[in-house]
Write a protein that binds this ligand. Structure first.
Ligand code: ADP
Ligand code: MG
Length: 330
């Protein structure tokens, strides 16, 4: 199977939509966002051995490669339009490619995100997706838009993906039933696109939780030049933590919830007078959101995120909690 036959067989995407004037097959695709809209663009690369285990199910990998990119559009409140796929493959394995394409194009269809082009080459397994979305000017939820007094929220649940990863790596004992559920969260994350769209215009700052809550909230705080207070016992007891994560020894629960990566939930801030509108958006998007803290002025020389107990006193993490965010060059 040659390169062009491979592309024709696996990466021809019949999805038609008015915002795609020309899909793949030519030197460029042509996109036509609705008049006046801003184009939101994001790229994510997934490298075997670094971002996924080499023996991962190819269908799940195809899903995840697109999901992590759609999650970035969700974090801006942008509507997906199209994507491109750059792919390096050690070999043209037809069954592997068919499963990978099924995972990727299945999620693309669900979000009406057309695969409009890419590049295919031989080499160590490496996937790079770029997504294009649209958002009305001034409505994107930028990281620098947080304000003092904003509530801080997260969507869905935090820490399931980390629990699965530690179980798969054999670091922690994880019962098979728990591993099956959390592994689906790790390998087939749900990008919160509907929530991002429902919240559009209602919230201030937003980021997706790819590297852990403290790290990704930290990006909002750095960009907004603010600090945050998190009510940790309330967070650990809340609907933002699954029963499986809550049942872990405290240091592991802290690690998963505050620093677990790969959740692809949204962390966002909104003024207190928006509480009812935020919950209405969450209902409309069928994605629960939980209020976990508030933005405050930055305190020079102190950590940007202050972890507090129920009496608003500073709280020390339990011994053994690993709260450093993930940094590829850290
Ligand atoms: P060029 O040499 O102009 O870069 P290529 O020969 O690399 O074009 O690709 C031919 C066509 O197939 C282009 O339209 C390109 O966008 C598309 N394409 C290549 N790889 C992929 C892929 N993995 N998924 C989708 N489209 C692809
Ligand atoms: Mg090319």
């Amino acid at each position: 199977m040659g390169e062009f036959e491979l592309i024709r067989r696996h990466f021809q995407h019949p999805l038609r939509r008015s915002s795609v004037a020309l899909g793949n097959g030519d030197d460029c695709a042509l996109l036509a966002p609705a008049p006046g809209m801003q184009l939101a663009v994001s790229t994510d690369m997934l490298v075997a051995g670094r971002h996924f285990l080499p023996d991962v199910d190819p269908e799940a990998l195809g899903h995840k490669a697109l999901a992590v990119n759609l999650s970035d559009l969700a974090a801006m409140g942008a509507r997906p339009l199209a994507c491109t796929l750059a792919l390096a493959l050690p070999a043209a394995d037809d069954a592997w490619l068919a499963a990978f394409a099924r995972g990727l194009l299945g999620l693309a269809d669900a979000h009406r995100c057309a695969l409009v082009g890419g590049d295919t080459t031989a080499g160590p397994l490496n996937l790079c997706l770029t997504v294009f979305g649209e958002v009305p000017p001034g409505r994107a939820a930028r990281r620098d838009a947080g304000r003092v007094g904003d509530d801080v929220y997260v969507s869905g649940t935090l820490g399931d993906a980390r629990l699965a990863l530690e179980g798969l790596l054999g670091h922690w004992p994880v019962p098979p039933r728990v591993l099956a559920r959390t592994r689906a969260r790790l390998e087939r994350p749900t990008p919160r696109v509907a929530l991002g769209l429902a919240l559009q215009g209602q919230i201030h700052a937003c980021a997706d939780v790819s590297d852990g809550l403290l790290g990704d909230l930290g990006h909002i705080l750095a960009a907004s030049r603010l600090g945050a207070e998190l009510d940790v016992p309330a967070l650990l007891a809340s609907a933002a933590v699954s029963d499986d994560v809550r049942a872990l020894p405290p240091e592991r629960a802290w690690t998963c919830v505050l620093a677990g990566g790969d959740d692809y939930e949204l962390v966002f801030t909104a003024p207190p007078d928006a509480r009812a509108r935020v919950q209405a958006a969450a209902q409309a998007a069928a994605t629960p959101v939980t209020r976990i803290g508030r933005l405050c002025p930055a305190r020079p020389g102190e950590a940007a995120v202050r972890l507090l107990d129920a009496q608003q006193r500073p709280l020390e993490p339990p011994a053994g909690a690993q709260l450093g965010g993930f940094d590829h060059f850290g």
